[in-house]
Design a protein around this ligand. Structure first.
Ligand code: SF4
Length: 361
């Protein structure tokens, strides 16, 4: 039996990998990389076929954050060149969401910078969520607003939100090295609140912040304990003006190993290739589709990623299909092609530039 087959067999049974097994994946060498990808691709293909889910970020509020997450260009004291603005109006958010859905997005992620929303913020989001759901009933709406206070998850659910994203980012052991203004436990608690309110929990990590393999394994195990439905894997883009500027720890092979570990740890959950895929995976992005079954489309949030058209071509060239593109109802259901104008991407107007990492990531 090939080296990693025992792990893919476990994943196919949905059995959890041990810490040692995750460390073995993360510490494996380049000569074994294609064996690893093949092994981790088995659960991906079993549970998701050759579909790729597209997600689209709408940045509702940018910059001006009082928190000090070291990876974030919107943090307190950041000198990164980011556009700052407060809440988009519902029609502005709807326009941005429309562009993503037309390009094929099955999920719209509504993101706001800041420690967490006020109750007034949650109220103000209601017409935004309701408007997007009314226009695109088959499209999932995920909110990403930071730490939640009691009752806010329930309000978001009542507004029609389907999911809530709040990432653990790294191991609990290391969390205080990347942020001092809130704790790992705060993040765990918010994911729990979202889940308890009936929102689909979405929580993942950021790799490339100087963490060890043990930190990554521990982060994956902590995430597994939360049983998220979707797991974004972000690769740090070390922006000038942040404490992690100049930190380029990752290479494409390591990114694939991290994605393989995520897939084997979450065999039937949505593993989403998120920030940094273009700059860190580069020519191996299409190989990564054998591990991740979900990507952010185009210029997610405030960064410039691959153009939407290039993403769609990459998916097609790699032999995968966009979830919903065959009329399975994943998108808004208007017209034979779900109302989309693929592969032409209409870029939203209300997007900034300057950071590739979602706030509250
Ligand atoms: S990740 Fe979120 S909470 Fe942290 S600094 Fe950025 S916007 Fe603020």
């Amino acid at each position: 039996m090939a080296r990693f087959d025992v792990l893919s067999d476990k994943a196919l049974r949905r059995d959890p990998l041990t810490r040692e097994e995750l460390l073995g994946v993360l510490g494996s060498g380049d000569d074994d990389l294609m064996d690893l990808v093949a092994a981790a691709a088995r659960p991906r293909l079993r549970f998701f076929g050759r579909t790729v889910k597209l997600n689209y970020l709408v940045n509702l509020k940018s910059g001006l954050c009082p928190e000090d997450c070291t990876y974030c260009s919107q943090r307190l004291g950041s000198t990164a060149d980011v556009v700052t603005y407060t809440w988009l109006k519902p029609d502005q958010a709807a326009e941005a969401a429309r562009a993503g859905v037309r390009a094929g997005a099955a999920r719209v992620c509504l993101v706001a910078s800041g420690r967490g929303p006020t109750d007034r913020d949650v109220d103000r989001l209601r017409p935004t969520i309701e408007g997007i759901k009314a226009e695109h009933p088959g499209v999932e709406v995920c909110a990403c607003l930071g730490l939640l206070s009691d009752g806010q998850a329930e309000s978001l659910r009542a507004s029609g939100a389907d999911a809530y994203n709040h990432n653990l980012n790294t191991s609990g052991e290391r969390y205080s090295e990347i942020c001092t203004t809130h704790t790992f436990d705060d993040r765990v608690e918010t994911v729990g609140k979202a889940k308890a309110a009936g929102l689909s929990p979405c929580s993942g990590l950021i790799a490339g912040m100087g963490e060890s393999d043990a930190d990554l394994a521990d982060a994956l195990l902590a995430l597994r304990a939360l049983d998220p439905d979707s797991v974004p894997v972000n690769f740090l883009i070390p922006f000038e003006g942040t404490p992690l500027a100049g930190r380029w720890d990752l290479d494409p092979q390591r990114c694939l190993r991290i994605l393989a570990a995520a897939r084997l740890a979450f065999p039937d959950a949505e593993v989403r290739l998120a920030a940094g895929r273009e700059v860190h995976l580069r020519g191996l992005q299409s190989t990564a589709l054998y591990l991740a079954n979900s990507i952010f489309l185009g210029d997610y949030l405030t960064s410039e990623g691959q153009a939407g058209r290039a993403d769609l071509e990459m998916i097609r060239d790699a032999g995968f299909t966009v979830l919903g593109a065959d009329g399975d109802g994943a998108n808004d259901g208007h017209g034979a092609d779900g109302g989309r104008e693929r592969p032409d991407l209409v870029r939203p107007r209300h997007r900034g530039t300057g950071t590739a990492l979602p706030p509250n990531a």
